[in-house]
Design a binder for this molecule. Structure first.
Ligand code: BES
Ligand code: MN
Ligand code: ZN
Length: 490
């Protein structure tokens, strides 16, 4: 991970430097001093380029004075409009602009401690790279930026502000790693092993295998898993951050962890099936979130539960038409083995309520292609039985940039799940199928405030964004970390 340090404002004499310029402002503070030392070269370049400090824009100067390397001037937009998000994006752009430099100094003397910390976070998040399987890349082809130092007036405050954000970044990197790993490596057992390692952060981690799950009666989840040679796992992670002996009900996060989704006997078309290695991204975000809460010692009691299975076709696979008995006791006619995520969630949610009596539950799942048709790759779909929880989630989405859009629920959708021979079937018609999927899940919600986030369009990106390189986004983690921070700590 990119190393972040904070230092006192002093004009740098050498190396790579980033300057910040807000709209309608002139170079000031250390930036102005640096310009002076460079004989006005920076101001002249800004003039020639017509650079006004617009948000998302930057210009690059090379060696404007002896000793200096690349100097990037990053636009911030209007100072009055600055937010955590715009600062993170500025940090991300700087990290990209200076990726060929081993280290860089960022002149952030015009920023408060919290703002500087968010700028640093953006640079860290943008510098993520999954390098595990590149054995032949030459060193000169790799991005080099390994350390940044931000010059800020309030050193101690900035360090304190950055500490929890660093824990968030570590959680995000864990999630991105899990989501990026191919399915031959990241089997349910392997993912459970990686969860187990989080005990080092102070999390309590329990792993349940096929025997325990069968004994509990997890018929819906085990039906999905039965076609695969890979054993299923359920992982329960607990963070006790209040120190109290559980006076308050814990908050609870539940993730769909299908490590590969072929569709099973209702098999998917070949084209694009490789994407289904990231059908565990809901679980991936829950694992990263729990690591984050523990990493930043959040004052909350939280439970994270993930159901890890592989959905394969084989001689032992579940057939269309099979009836399974879920942990709740309700029976399900599995008319389409590709509608498997809801089967996994059904057992997890019931278990979460029975075992932990949570204050609320939020589940994350790459559940339907239909939510991508509805919302594209801009918003996750939110379905909820609780207006208060919904409002809080929507707000957290806006502050973190992990946006949500609330979708409807209703009896008419629910009725479409009526089965001829069991309590329900797992699919209905083609129309509104993201809503019907949510409706299915709601049948396993037993009176608790609950939100289902269908994040199928959000967890993998085909293009770079300011703080998210293309690939695994870890969508959902920051959103829920923010939800906890703003409403459930202390
Ligand atoms: N994992 C898929 C949903 C998905 C599709 C995620 C594309 C990301 C990209 C899920 O298990 C699935 O197959 N859903 C089906 C449900 C259908 C059979 C009712 C779908 O969306 O087609
Ligand atoms: Mn599927
Ligand atoms: Zn799936």
């Amino acid at each position: 991970m990119l190393d972040v340090a904070f230092s006192k404002p002093v004009p740098p004499k050498a190396g790579a430097v980033a300057l910040l310029l807000a709209e309608e402002e002139q170079l000031a503070g250390v930036a102005a001093a640096l310009d002076q030392a460079a004989g006005g070269a920076i101001a002249r370049a800004l003039e020639v380029a017509g650079f006004k400090g617009h948000k998302g824009k930057n210009i690059m100067l090379y060696a404007p004075a002896p000793g200096l390397g690349r100097v990037v001037v990053q636009g911030l937009g209007k100072r009055a409009d600055l937010s955590a998000l715009t600062l993170e994006e500025a940090g991300g752009s700087i990290a990209t602009a200076l990726s060929a430099e081993p280290q860089a100094v960022i002149l952030a003397d015009s920023l408060g401690a919290q703002d500087a910390a968010h700028l640093a976070l953006g640079a860290v998040l943008r510098s993520y790279r999954f390098d595990r399987y590149r054995t032949k890349e030459k060193a000169e082809d790799k991005p080099k930026l390994a350390a940044i130092s931000l010059q800020v007036p309030e050193l101690t405050k900035a360090r304190a502000a950055f500490a929890p954000l660093k824990a968030t970044a570590e959680g995000i990197f864990l999630t991105r790693d899990l989501v990026t790993e191919p399915a031959n490596i990241l089997t349910p057992a392997e993912m459970a092993e990686r969860c187990k390692k989080l005990t080092a952060l102070g999390l309590k981690v329990e792993v349940l295998g096929p025997k325990e799950l069968a004994k509990l009666g997890f018929g819906a989840m085990l039906g999905v898993s039965q076609g695969s040679v890979q054993e299923p796992r359920m992982v329960v992670m607990q963070w006790n951050g209040t120190g109290a002996r559980r006076t308050k009900k814990p908050v609870c996060f539940v993730g769909k962890g299908v490590t590969f989704d072929t569709g099973g006997i209702s098999i998917k078309p070949a084209a694009g099936m490789e994407d289904m290695k990231w059908d565990m991204a809901g679980a991936g975000a829950v694992v990263g979130l729990m690591a984050t809460l523990a990493g930043r010692k959040a004052k909350v009691d939280a439970v994270g539960i993930v159901g890890l299975v592989e959905n394969m076709p084989s001689g032992t696979a579940q057939r269309p038409g099979d009836v399974v008995t879920s942990y709740s006791g309700q029976t399900i006619e599995v008319l389409n083995t590709d509608a498997e995520g809801r089967l996994v969630l059904a057992d997890l949610l019931w278990y979460a309520q029975e075992k932990f009596d949570p204050a609320f539950m939020v589940n994350l799942a790459t559940l339907t292609g239909a939510i991508i048709v509805a919302l594209g790759q801009e918003h996750g779909g939110m379905f909820s039985n609780d207006d208060d929880l919904s409002q809080k989630l929507l707000a957290a989405g806006l502050t973190t940039g992990e946006k949500l859009w609330r979708m409807p629920l209703g009896d008419a959708y629910d009725r479409s799940l009526k089965s001829d021979i069991a309590d329900m079937k797992n699919i209905a018609g083609r129309y509104g199928s993201a809503v019907v999927a949510a409706q299915f899940i709601q049948r396993f919600v037993n009176g608790k405030p609950w939100a289902h986030l269908d994040i199928a369009g959000m967890v993998w990106s085909s293009k770079d964004a300011p703080c998210v390189p293309k690939g695994a986004t870890a969508y959902g983690l920051r959103l829920l970390d923010r939800l906890v921070r703003d409403h459930y700590e202390g």
